[in-house]
Design a protein around this ligand. Sequence first.
Ligand code: ADP
Ligand code: MG
Ligand code: MG
Length: 502
Amino acid sequence: MADLASTLSEDQLQILKDVALDFALSHGLVVRPPTITGQETQGVINAPVSLIPTVFPSKAFDDAVRIQPLFNELVHTISEDDAFLKEIMESLSQVDDFVKRLYDLYLLVRKEGIAQPASLGVHRSDYIIHLNAGQALSEAKIKQVELNTISVSFGSLSSLTADLHRQGLFLILLNPSPHACFSLQSGGQGYLHATTGYFSDKIDPSALPSSESIESIASGLASAHQLYGSKTAKVMMVVQPGERNAFDQRWIEYNLLKHGIVLIRKTMAEIADQGRLDPKTRALFIGDQEISVAYYRSAYATTDYPTEKEWDGRLLAERSLAIKCPTIAYQLVGAKKVQQVLAAPGQLERFVKDPEVAAQLRASFTGLYPLDNSPEGLAAYEAALKDSDNLVMKPQREGGGNNIYGKDIQGVLRELTAEQRNAYILMDIIRPPVTKNVLLRKGELQRADVVSELGVYGIYLHDGKKAVRNDNGGHLLRTKTVDSNEGGVAAGFAVIDSLLLV
Ligand code: ADP
Ligand code: MG
Ligand code: MG
């Protein structure tokens, strides 16, 4: 079947490219170009985007949105189960120094007594859709890739990309060329109508859903700030030095200002240098500024802690009265090992008592296997040595570029001791339907066969006694060429996309 990308003429691609580049620069849909470390630059380039939205089944999208508050609740419930975390984290700590540092931090602040009972979650649950052979796209099911609980990005750029796509398509409609395959439906309601492919039917503008994530993250931070209860305090974004994706973050700052709240940006080293706790209340002060919420857009990767100073900064914030987004406990719950343990029979059901709710969540799981010395772990190990073509092997890391795929798994497994294997999990590869799009990176167009990954943001605020917010916070679609394993936009593999619901 003809698809939208294939029906676009070269003229139309050029129109869309010009629209996209100028839209990106005028709306802050931009990133800093890669530079020599430490070198400041005034210049920006367009964020990697697709030129047009990607077709996505609306039923699968609705499912992902519907279950997000259930995942938000689940993260919180698990974060309060010390014994469960202990069992997983103690054994990971023996083979993974980074997990050990994080878990030691968790133990230390618990031992000292937690100053701030409230916690804020800004999560993103990521999915790839799965189709059985012969099924129509509309029957596709979402399968969870992972659940991110720290430093989820692209909330702002996602909203802007959906806006760009809507604008680009309408401009094409209003610029009919001899080759144009679109026309406005009579009645002028702005419905898209084309003569070929997916656009052979009327398409309602609601098929191009905007994402509220550019506002929802700021609104979550505002709720936490209000719960903290000081008018003069400020929200602190904990950032990486030299962040290329700073503009995605700036929109959160600007939208927070609409709530009358000021956000400051500090690295973990700066927190260590400039921070102190009030001896009585344990309120966190950076210089003379009190901090209501410590919002991490850092602190998830080993490279975020190049020296002990960064750990000192993290510890100071974690000990403080500031509301953490996320708490160290939430961060631990986001471990891939936790995801794998939950998928084992009966485990998810320990935390989700309502069988119907548990079934809804479980339906989004794909095959996940331990690599420990349990009978299941040994069986998974043996099976992977025989055939690993349909597997991905994951360590307890975030941020992309850490996984091992397919045949490579066997070589890695043979190198590891039985104990070292325990630092990883195995997962079935999810193979989504391939579509076509045109990718725009650094000003260059590339027509490509692509696959997409949907992310749904979750906003959750707990005051220590009850949940005071539990919301779906918009969505993200990332699209990559079908031949690349990883999906990171920042890592240069993927582009930001939007949905065309069918
Ligand atoms: P990270 O925390 O580093 O983002 P992910 O689990 O999301 O780790 O893996 C990174 C990328 O690898 C994903 O965005 C996706 O493109 C790919 N990937 C991970 N797991 C699977 C899977 N089970 N099936 C297909 N692709 C996967
Ligand atoms: Mg991921
Ligand atoms: Mg992740």
